[in-house]
Design a protein around this ligand. Structure first.
Ligand SMILES: Nc1ncnc2c1ncn2[C@@H]1O[C@H](COP(=O)(O)OP(=O)(O)O)[C@@H](O)[C@H]1O
Ligand SMILES: [Mg+2]
Length: 378
């Protein structure tokens, strides 16, 4: 990157996962708010099939306005990023090339930072991060391993437990175990106290998750989760308030920064947990508040546990770390999201806004962190 031009930021959104539309809505927020005087923005949509195309930068096209969820459809021209590796020490950013049948390849110029605003597999799980590492392009957020661990509700618990963070009781059902002996899997799951939550190991936005109250409902819930992921996690239901903390990597090797904790309250007549509808469809089902009404020592503790969770998986850039706060006063870690929902009204930006870092400045900070972080081992 030369100092004579603005950094070029490729905003990647859509993608192959079930959270495609959520990603588009996040992109709408970022495209609207990003400082265009400071950055040259290149919006790139990824279709559900995985094709990359140059998109309209008009945020309205990607926002959640009507009943139809936004969707990136394929186009004639495909964008590629070549994995040529490092060509010189100072080199950062590779050229994007657009190709179309019967046409000469067209250069879209170099990219300094990619913002992978993608949720779920093939975006948030380390696969895309691996591609960017191979191509030697700097990017916002967690690296390969942290993304992969943070995506996987099984391995994230293994890592959290290893540093002494408290996780709830759970069982993992792999594809092989289910195929070979579903009865034994059901028996294991049955030993957890009901209600249980049955989840695809690597999904998000509550997709494929069921709250199951009796043993009879387990098999169908596992089959449903398996539609999204052959690996399933069954967890004992935890009674407690849902408390979240936004974590931002520190500058210049400093400790991670944590926001004031937020709370999600979804307990109404229609919803008893934070399902997809409560998250995105029924605007009144969930009450988000920040700061959460917590005693100050609990607030301090949850922030410190969130930073520990961030460091435990080796996250970079940003993460939202989610907890249950039980009636007996215990904080149980539920999950880490290395690319949390990022629309202006999503929890992560809201918690930072309430903590003194407004949305546009937050985007700026994430780009700054990405620009100052080399690719490769660091
Ligand atoms: N073990 C659990 N006990 C109680 N509620 C749970 C449990 N696991 C999940 N939930 C509920 O389901 C929601 C979605 O689960 P989560 O693990 O956060 O998946 P996602 O990655 O899709 O957000 C949570 O926000 C919470 O409301
Ligand atoms: Mg969650």
């Amino acid at each position: 990157m030369t100092s004579s031009r603005k950094p070029r930021i490729a905003v990647l959104f859509g993608g192959r996962s079930s959270e495609h539309a959520v990603s588009c809505v996040t992109a709408a927020g970022v495209l609207e708010a990003i400082d265009k005087d400071k950055y040259d923005v290149v919006p790139i949509g990824i279709s559900r099939q995985g094709q990359w195309s140059l998109m309209s930068g008009d945020p309205k096209q990607w926002s959640l306005r009507s009943e139809t969820l936004p969707e990136v459809t394929g186009s004639e021209e495909t964008i590629t990023l070549s994995a040529v590796g490092i060509t010189s020490e100072a080199d950062s950013g590779q050229e994007l090339v657009a190709t179309a049948p019967d046409r000469l390849p067209r250069s879209l110029g170099g990219i300094d930072v990619v913002m992978p605003l993608l949720h779920g597999p093939f975006g948030e799980d380390g696969t895309l991060q691996g591609l960017l590492e191979m191509a030697n392009v700097r990017y916002v957020g967690a690296g390969v391993l942290a993304s992969a661990v943070g995506m996987d509700k099984h391995f994230m618990k293994v890592v959290f437990e290893s540093v002494g963070l408290r996780v709830g009781p759970y069982e993992v059902i792999t594809d092989r175990q289910w195929q070979n002996d579903a009865g034994a899997c059901l028996k294991r799951a049955n030993q957890l106290s009901f209600p249980v939550f049955v989840k695809p190991a690597r999904a998000g936005s509550s997709m494929g998750i069921s709250r199951v109250t009796t043993a009879e409902g387990l098999r169908a819930a596992i089959e449903l989760a398996r539609e999204l992921d052959p690996k399933v996690v069954v967890e004992a239901g935890i009674e407690g308030r849902e408390i979240e903390v936004a974590v931002l990597q520190g500058r210049n090797g400093q400790d991670p920064r944590t926001s004031l904790p937020g709370e999600i309250d979804v307990h109404d007549d229609q919803h008893d947990w934070y399902d997809f509808e409560a998250k995105y469809v029924d605007g009144t089902a969930a009450k988000l508040s920040c700061p959460a009404d917590l005693p100050s020592d609990v607030s301090t503790e949850v922030r410190s546990l969130a930073a520990e969770g961030f460091d435990a998986v080796g996250a970079e850039g940003l993460s939202r770390v989610d907890f249950f706060y039980t009636p007996s006063g215990t904080l149980i870690i539920n999950e880490i999201n290395t690319m949390p929902g990022f629309t202006p009204i999503s929890m992560y930006p809201q918690m930072w806004a309430k903590s003194g870092l407004p949305y546009t400045e937050l985007i700026d900070e994430l780009i700054h962190l990405a620009l100052t972080r080399k690719t490769g081992l660091r």
